[in-house]
Design a protein around this ligand. Sequence first.
Ligand SMILES: [Mg+2]
Ligand SMILES: [Zn+2]
Length: 214
Amino acid sequence: MPNQTRRRAVFLDRDGVINPLIYHRDAGIVDSPFTLAQFRILPGVPRAIRLFNRLGLAVVVVSNQPGVAKKHFGVSLLRQFNAKLTAELAPWGAHIDAIYYCLHHPDSRVAELRKRCLCRKPGTGMLRRAARELHLALASSYMVGDGLTDIEAGSRAGCRTVFIGRWKCEHEAFIRPRSLRPDLIAPDLWRAARLIRTDLARASGRPLVPASGV
Ligand SMILES: [Mg+2]
Ligand SMILES: [Zn+2]
């Protein structure tokens, strides 16, 4: 398919971007939600996704979810998370175009998920698969995440990268090579969406305003 017909996308990490991480007191770890009740949508997320929709960006979730491999929960729970997310976006007129999960883990307790795959971030497998299936232009797309592995995956796929959170000096020390530094930094997804809107406008050399007000 020729490049002109390929869509721009915004790839979103899930945990820490769309929903908060959860402190699991019994295990003493901060991890993904393990129950439907623990899966909450962060403030500003529906509005951010609606802005991406209005900017014409395909919205694609790309998330490492080794919780099935670690036997924290079953794969059907991931479908319930997706349904809850979709339902919470609907009243806003916002939607997600596709959700990709990497279920693999090198130390998986479930034999068929135990592998060193190409999709687990910082691998680029999920982004490349989405690009093939949804006809996306990786070089003019964005990867948004709260982890260095998100930035690395986005960078390796040729996307612009947006770090969610506070960029600390420790991060600078860990970044090798320096090309893996994020292009943009925002405290949350709503602020990230507005930065991306500005970035797109700058790239096109003209103001890029959604069809209706946000
Ligand atoms: Mg994350
Ligand atoms: Zn994988």
